[in-house]
Design a protein around this ligand. Structure first.
Ligand code: C2O
Ligand code: CU
Length: 550
């Protein structure tokens, strides 16, 4: 057995953007890790080694819908046991036709994804847009504290916050307003360069691998960007000069370079929004491959970026409307996830009064369901999720703390922002594992089905298919449970498995902003086509559950 790709995860002292080296989780020795390039219509096996000494690991293939191999989704204690130190796990990645696009992979354990992450591109057999070349623009955050310190603080009572993003990294490098004046000239060579040639069209693949930052970005001197892909689905061309991208989101953008550039380097400016302070960083769009002198960080910001505009996300339309898009008459259930930050006692994020940190299973849900070991002494408190109990409790089964659904159902999932006890309001990039959802839209106040139905129908086009969309912070109100904006999705339940839906801000995940969805009833789950492959896969690894070596 020879895997198609091997990723080795280590922890090492590593310096980013001229900050002092600190304990950082790396993939194949770097952050971001290597680019994985797959082709639609193929199946791949990716071996992931945990070479860390003292931390468990899983690897998630963000945005890929692993209908054939839900065991490979990489969610710890949801789809698999985490990989213990000195073990590996073989992930079966099936990429059906139609899944070409821009993705990334990241650890799904704790705060590791801040650095243990890298691009994953699925190439098309037939590209609907024309361009000369593609380039990856991978966005990450850098914090000055160690991951372990951040994690401990986020689950502490009282909460110890991670601090704001110290630096937004673009392809692993970041730089702010010139450090020269502060006497630090050494950091002026750290900006990432995106090399281009005059008069060509580039497909820039933006990957929002940020932990916290909701980013706005734009290019000096190049204000015509055409969005053509969002989260692995082609969109109709959408022109903008400013891109907004939340953690977990991806966009492909066509940019045509100048035929006769006035200078050789132009800044790309990226800034955070909706945080108490603005993090700002730069990269360089570089004409020509080898500049004589490296571009310096700017002395002042070349661009003034606005506040966020919400139209961007809700204006995108799919390139080809889908025949599968369910009408409102097909919706079988509407489930409202009311998200709220509770600060009495330990500060946690709640969804409908439930919190992932205090409902952590003792056996991974999918493993328990597959082995049919539910309701035994080795797996107490995890009987098969009950749809009846869930229906009586706004979609969540209070016993298993899961959201069960039957295949064939059409769910409308409404995420309702109610801010925090102590006031204030956050923006949340909500991400769904498994099948992508139709991103119906968002609005202020409390979701109102009928009125909102009319407003998105009035857009005159289908909503795009996404896997991550923004729950904006609409109102500037004082919090305390007031309705402050919503986002609505429509989803066909087609993929048997156990899938997470969660905020993609790593801090919020650690503070409990995660939910687990079980699709398929017991018979469908245990009898599904594809388990035999999984069995071989279990037998091969031996250490799949993190218990045995081989
Ligand atoms: Cu990239 Cu569960 O997420
Ligand atoms: Cu959040």
């Amino acid at each position: 057995f020879i895997p198609d790709a091997v990723l080795r995860v280590t922890a090492a002292n590593y310096s980013q953007s001229c900050y002092p080296a600190k304990h950082t989780v790396l993939v194949n020795g770097t952050s971001p890790g290597p680019e994985l390039r797959l082709t639609e219509g193929e199946t791949y096996w990716i071996r992931v080694y945990n070479d860390m000494l003292d931390a468990n690991l899983t690897m998630h293939w963000h945005g890929l819908s692993l209908a054939v191999s839900p065991f490979a989704d990489g969610t710890p204690l949801v789809s698999q046991w985490p990989i213990p130190p000195a073990h590996f796990f073989d992930y079966e990645i099936n990429v059906p036709h139609g899944m070409a696009g821009t993705y990334f992979y990241h650890s799904h354990v704790g705060f590791q994804a801040v650095s243990a992450t890298g691009p994953l591109i699925v190439d098309d057999l037939d590209i609907p847009y024309e361009y000369d070349e593609d380039k990856i623009i991978f966005l990450q955050d850098m914090f000055t504290k160690d991951d372990a310190v951040i994690e401990k603080g986020l689950v502490a009572d009282p909460l110890v916050w991670s601090g704001q993003t110290a630096m937004i990294l673009v392809n692993g490098k970041g730089g702010g307003i010139s450090h020269v004046t502060a006497g630090d000239a050494t950091c002026n060579s750290t900006l990432s360069m995106v090399s281009v040639e005059p008069g060509k069209t580039y497909r820039l693949r933006f990957i929002g691998a940020t932990a916290l930052t909701f980013a706005l970005l734009a290019f000096e001197g190049h204000d015509s960007l055409t969005v053509i892909e969002a989260d692995g689905s082609y969109t109709q061309p959408y022109n903008t000069s400013i891109l907004q991208i939340g953690g977990g989101q991806r966009y492909s953008v066509l940019l045509t370079t100048k035929a006769a550039p006035e200078k050789s380097s132009y800044f790309m400016q990226v800034e955070s929004r909706d945080r108490p302070s603005v993090a700002r960083s730069f990269a360089v769009l570089q004409y020509g491959l080898k500049p004589a002198t490296k571009p310096m960080n700017p002395l002042t910001a070349p661009l003034t970026l606005p506040n966020i505009t919400r139209g961007f996300l809700d204006d995108l339309a799919p390139l080809h409307p889908s025949r599968d898009f369910p009408t409102s008459a097909e919706v079988t259930r509407r489930i409202t996830l009311t998200v709220h930050q509770k600060v009495s006692g330990q500060t946690v994020w709640l969804q409908n009064a439930y919190n992932w940190t205090d409902s952590f299973p003792q056996t991974p849900y999918l493993v328990a369901l597959y082995e049919n070991t539910t309701n035994t002494t080795t797996n107490p408190g995890l009987p098969y999720p009950s749809l009846e109990r869930a229906l009586a409790n706004n979609g969540i089964d209070p016993v298993t703390r899961t959201f069960p659904a039957r295949l064939g159902e059409v769910l409308e999932i409404v995420i309702q922002n109610t801010g925090a006890d102590k006031g204030g309001l956050d923006i949340h990039p909500f991400h769904a594992h498994g099948a992508h959802f139709w991103d119906l839209g968002s609005g202020n106040g409390t979701f109102n089905g009928t009125a909102n139905d009319a407003s998105w129908a009035a857009r005159g086009h289908q909503p795009p298919l996404r896997d991550t969309s923004m729950l904006y912070r609409y109102a500037t109100s004082t919090g305390n449970g007031t309705a402050m904006g919503w986002r609505a999705w429509r989803l066909r339940v087609t993929q048997v498995g156990v899938w997470m839906v969660h905020c993609h801000i790593l801090q919020h995940m650690i503070m409990g902003m995660q939910t687990v969805w079980v699709f398929g009833d017991e018979e469908e789950l245990l009898g599904r086509v594809g388990w035999p492959e999984v069995e071989g896969y279990l037998a091969f690894g031996g250490d799949v559950y993190g218990k045995e070596t081989h």
